[in-house]
Structures are given as C-alpha cells and as structure tokens.
Design a protein around this ligand. Structure first.
Ligand code: GLN
Length: 363
C-alpha cells in the first residue's frame, strides 16, 4: 500500500515536471518570466529524451495520440534531430505553420491548441519526407528571394541568397540607364524565374527574355510571374542558350545578359549536400565535365546580342571568378571585369561591360 502511494506520488510529480518542461517553461520564457538563457539550457533536455518514456528509440511510434501544436512540434523536432537534420525545431515549426496556414509565433502563444486529424496526418507525411532529406522549400513550396515569395518544386533549383547579389548588381547598373526608353534583359537558365520576376517587379520599363532548356522549369517560372503580376513583361523561351532568341530581332539591342548557369563540374557532384544531390535538378547544377563550359558558350556569342556598352552579369562558383574574367577578356569585346563578393568573401558575381566599339581591344 505504501509502495502504491509512493508510486502515485512520484507519477504525479513526473506529470508536473513534464508539464513544466513542455508547456509552462516556454510560456514563462515568452512572457519574460524566465531568462531565455535558462530556457535554452533546460528545454533541450525535454527534447533529447530526458522525459522520453520510450527508451527503445522507436521515435516514429511516439506520434502523439493527442495532437496539439506543441505535441506535434515536439515529436517532429526529436525525430528530425535523431536524423541529424541541421535545424530540427525550426524545420518542424516551419512545416507545421505552413500546413496550418499560421505564423510560427502562434505556436508559442497557444502551444496547447489542438490540431485536427487531416493536418496532423499531412504533417506526419511531410516530416517523413524531411528525414529523407527532401529540402524544406520543396515540402512547403515556398522560397524567399529578395523578400519575394517564390513557388518552388523539384523541377527547379531553389533560389540562393548569393543570387540576390546578381539581381542587385543589375538593378544598380540599370539605375544608370534612366534615359533609355526600354531596358532589354536576357536571363539565361531562368529556373524558378527568380531573376526575371524580381527584375520585372522592381523596375518599370523593362522587357525580359527568360530562357531555359527545360519546359518543366519554365512552367514553374510562369507560375511565379503570374503570382507577382509580371507575366506581360517577360517572354519565356525554351531552348539552348541563345537559340530561341532567333526571330525576335534583338541582335545588338540587349542591355543586360544575366545568368546563374550550372557551374558545378561533374566530378564534384558527390561533394554536394545530400538535399542538393538527391533532389535538386541535376541539369541546373552540373555544367558537364568542364565547370566553365556554360560560361564559354554564353560568352562566345554574347557580342551578337549585347548592345555596345551593354553589360554581362554572371554568378560564378568558388575559384571561378578570375577564370570567367579571363574568358571575357580573351574575346577582346569587353572592358575589364568587376567582381562582387558574397557573404563569405568569395568573388561570386562577375560583371563586364561590352566595349562601345566592338573588338576595340583586338590586336
Ligand atoms: N536562375 C535560377 C536561379 O538563379 C536557376 C539557375 C539554374 O538553374 N542554374 O536560381
């Protein structure tokens, strides 16, 4: 009898401790009653098994019987952590917020809010995808680029923050051309359409040709152009580099050629992150045996399309900037290239202006 009483007492304390860790502590933290430092050292204990009743490691079986936002996020965070996903809690919250169409902050305000069966089942399926390393953006179908929201799926490369530097460089040069009636831009390898859509959105008098060899990618780019109401400013063309431009009479009329081409060499493929290697489109990443082959093709005929004094902008891989600048210099059609560094101080963008007089530098 005494044993039974002791057990009940212990069990009740256990429930209280659990409640404290899982519900009250985050709430106290959010209200500023407990210092965040204390929480960050205590809360992870509740996720790392300190309160885990199942010691077998079969975390999938622990899918909560009663689904609240908190119990679901807790389940998912632990599972993602066990599978060594880099930001388990963040991913768990982003996916749930996406399915419930709410903000992540709402979870902290109402952690006990019940979640209905349908979204709970969808959540489980989404988390199981994430542990197979499907990128978060392909699960939520959202990627942010220059503060705009882009639809993405496995047909296109997920826009990267470095590419924002490319767009910013174009916008800067464009502001110098205020006297021009219409600015003509060509984006080669348009993918999700992040570059042309952002440029169309942020400028007034532009006509953009968005070219991609993949019909699938162009379908996604069109979704994004529609979503941001710039469909009428962009001509989408399917084909290899400049080929689909034939017939538009744009020879020597283009102000800017822009491209973030595939620039990873075939032999580097295995070094890529698992998410990238398994799920992002191979053709959007890998340039072939020679990592510079796409740059060479684009540079070779650039002078046919560029207006004298027009600019070419490339995003390049690590250690490629000087080689790409050399390729441009070798044509004798361009002035000395400029580089723009990314957040890791790598020369990431190469910009070169075509001579006003073609072949001026030729010997
Ligand atoms: N232009 C797209 C981007 O920058 C796609 C690039 C690509 O497919 N290589 O994200």
């Amino acid at each position: 009898m005494a044993e039974e009483c002791l057990f009940t007492l212990l069990h009740l304390s256990y429930i209280r401790v659990k409640r404290f860790f899982l519900f009250l502590l985050p709430m106290y933290r959010d209200r500023g009653l407990v210092s965040p430092v204390a929480c960050y050292s205590i809360i992870p204990m509740s996720y790392s098994g300190f309160l885990n009743e199942d010691t077998t490691g079969r975390v999938e079986n622990l899918f909560p019987a009663e689904c609240t936002v908190f119990s679901l996020v807790q389940w998912a965070s632990r599972l993602l952590q066990n599978y060594r996903i880099e930001t388990p809690r963040l991913d768990a919250e982003i996916i749930l917020a996406h399915l419930l169409k709410c903000e992540r902050i709402d979870f902290h305000i109402h952690p006990e809010k019940p979640v209905e069966d349908t979204p709970a089942i969808q959540y489980k399926a989404a988390i199981l995808k994430r542990i197979q390393r499907v990128p978060l953006q392909y699960i939520t179908h959202h990627a942010e680029f220059m503060s705009l929201d882009f639809y993405v799926d496995e047909r296109v490369l997920i826009p990267r923050p470095e590419t924002e530097l490319l767009v910013e460089a174009v916008l800067k040069k464009q502001s110098l051309l205020s006297g021009e009636h219409e600015i003509i831009i060509m984006d080669i390898g348009t993918g999700s359409g992040n570059i042309p859509v952002t440029l169309a959105k942020k400028t007034n008098t532009t006509r953009i040709f968005a070219i991609d060899i993949s019909e699938d990618a162009l379908a996604v780019a069109k979704i994004n152009a529609q979503k941001h109401h710039v469909l009428s400013k962009i001509t989408f063309l399917c084909g290899d580099i400049y080929k689909p431009m034939n017939g538009y009479a744009m020879e020597s009329r283009v102000h800017f050629i822009v491209s973030n081409p595939p620039y990873i060499a075939h032999h580097e493929f295995d070094t890529l992150q698992e998410e990238v290697r398994k799920f992002e489109p191979y053709g959007a990443l890998i340039s072939g045996r020679d990592d510079l082959s796409m740059f060479k093709c684009i540079i070779k005929d650039a002078q046919i399309w560029l207006k004298p004094g027009g600019f070419i902008f490339f995003e390049v891989g690590e250690k490629q900037a000087y080689k790409v600048a050399q390729l441009l210099e070798d044509t004798h059609d361009f002035k000395k290239a400029e580089f723009i560094k990314d957040y890791q101080h790598i020369n990431r963008i190469v910009v070169a202006q075509m001579e006003e007089m073609r072949g001026k530098n030729r010997n």
